[in-house]
Write a protein that binds this ligand. Structure first.
Ligand code: ADP
Length: 475
């Protein structure tokens, strides 16, 4: 820990201790049981957390419960409740290092005190019915509470974020403003903060109206929502893991085939190099240009295969300018190395007027590989003509490129057609049913569409529409 960070963390701790010592709640002897109960409520709230669907932000009911305590029991008691519950939760539930837990306890106590003072100063406490007194807010009191509530949230979140961001900035060597922007000031997080804040008045009203049963009524449905949300996230994670496994399996299988092909070429190159050496020993160079040409051709082909493999195995989403025709030709070259494409004829008709697209080359190439492998599998060892037709054309009206991949296999049964892009739908003995569902997702990621037809008496025909402007474009 750097010196300035140590000073900052120690300073925060000392200021918080001084504030706690000088702001002991006046009604401690009378209300201590309530305070303990609210510490427990805050602790339970810490365990009710969820991640936003984007995975970018997590939120819990901790801030909601802490701010409710500040509103209900005043700034001093609120400071004690928020500070102690944060400290206990971080130390014993989340098991954070004690320095971080103490710092967070301290900053949460300070932010709660200041937010509570501003709330009281704006008349929030006098407009509020007595806690647990069974009173119901009338409309004028509710209106008078809008400003104090907004100020409470604003002060709490501003001070809390500002203080934590400084500690993060000094730990990670980012600027304070950059930490704020990257870690908190983005839509998913702001939505989550707004949700925690908007729940505060509801929690306060439930408690002031019917006391602790009100807190239970408030928590029970949220608890169920959190539970089902957690189950949903677990399922999603499992599904993503399956997809990743399948992609790896497919990559491995393809890589093995390509490795075999690369090895064959290496054998050819080595043989020609040896012949060249022998010729050099005998000082006869008649065949030298032929040997050199073969070495050059094979090396180029190895280069194409190696690049294709590298594009395919790249895992992060990376949108870049893409020459669609070039990617298709490269992918065809790549799969030709695999034995299942041995006797396949390629009928390629590419539109030379196609403009440059914006896309993730690795993902798009993955889609083509899936379609080609499926086509080759469908045609199997058939004695008839085994051919894959690949075409591209510019669809000016849709501002998209239209790609078609058609094979001469047996086609798809009518009852299977609607299930083609279903996750884990397969008719193959060794199949997983991941290829087409992954492809569907990749194309959708790009704002495009993929569909399939199987005309009577012909093979399957897949059509992809890929927008020219790439995923998420504004213009
Ligand atoms: P997998 O190849 O593991 O079965 P996919 O999602 O790639 O998974 O394909 C799902 C199913 O779609 C295949 O099992 C097959 O029944 C069918 N299918 C895909 N492409 C074709 C095709 N070109 N011709 C006939 N059937 C196909």
């Amino acid at each position: 820990m750097s010196r300035r960070l140590l000073l900052y963390v120690t300073g925060t701790g000392l200021v918080a201790l001084a504030l706690l010592a000088t702001h002991v709640p006046a009604a401690l002897a009378l209300r201590w049981a309530h305070y303990v109960a609210w510490i427990v409520i805050c602790l339970v709230s810490e365990t009710m957390w969820s991640a936003s669907l984007s995975g970018e932000a997590t939120w819990s009911l901790a801030a909601t419960a802490g701010l409710s305590a500040v509103v209900l029991w005043g700034p001093e008691a609120g400071m004690w409740i928020a500070g102690l519950s944060t400290l206990i939760a971080e130390l014993f539930v989340q098991r954070k290092p004690w320095v971080r837990a103490s710092f967070n306890g301290a900053q949460s106590a300070m932010a709660s005190l200041l937010a509570g003072l501003v709330f009281a100063w704006l008349g929030g406490r006098s407009a509020l019915p007595l806690a647990g007194g069974g009173a119901v807010l009338d409309r004028s009191a509710a209106t008078a509470l809008v400003l104090p509530f907004a100020a409470l949230a604003l002060v709490y979140f501003a001070l809390n974020r500002a203080m934590v961001a400084l500690a993060v900035a000094w730990t990670t060597d980012r600027t304070w403003w950059r930490v704020l922007r990257e870690d908190w000031l983005y839509l998913a997080k702001l939505e989550v903060d707004a949700a925690s804040f908007l729940l505060v008045p509801l929690m306060v009203i439930s408690f002031t109206a019917i006391g602790y049963p009100g807190v239970l009524l408030f928590y029970a449905p949220l608890f169920m929502l959190f539970q089902s949300d957690r189950r949903f996230h677990e399922l999603k994670r499992a599904e993503e893991q399956n997809l990743r496994n399948a992609r790896f399996a497919a990559k491995g299988e393809l890589a093995a085939g390509i490795g075999h092909e690369l090895n064959n070429q290496l054998v050819a190159i080595t043989a020609r190099a040896q012949m060249l050496l022998k010729d050099a020993e005998r000082a006869t160079f008649d065949n030298a240009p032929r040997h050199a040409q073969i070495i050059l051709d094979q090396s180029r082909r190895m280069g194409v295969l190696a690049k294709g493999l590298m594009d395919y195995t790249r895992s992060q989403v990376n949108v870049e300018p893409m020459d669609l025709n070039g990617v298709l030709l490269g992918t065809i070259e790549l799969v030709k190395g695999d034995k299942r494409f041995r006797s396949v004829e390629w009928d390629v008709d590419l539109d030379s007027q196609l403009p440059e697209l914006k896309a993730d080359v690795g993902q798009i190439q993955g889609v083509f590989i899936n379609l080609f492998v499926n086509a080759a599998d469908a045609m199997g060892e058939s004695q008839g003509r085994r051919a894959i037709r690949v075409s591209t054309v510019l669809d000016a009206a849709a501002r998209a490129a239209r790609i078609e991949v058609e094979d001469t296999g047996p086609g798809i049964r009518a009852e299977d057609l609607p299930r083609m892009f279903e996750f884990m739908f397969t008719t193959k003995k060794e199949g997983h049913g991941f290829g087409l569902s992954t492809s569907h997702r990749s194309i959708e990621n790009h704002g495009g569409r993929i569909s399939v037809e199987s005309p009577q008496g012909r093979g399957a025909r897949f059509t992809i529409l890929l927008p020219l402007r790439g995923p998420g474009a504004w213009n």
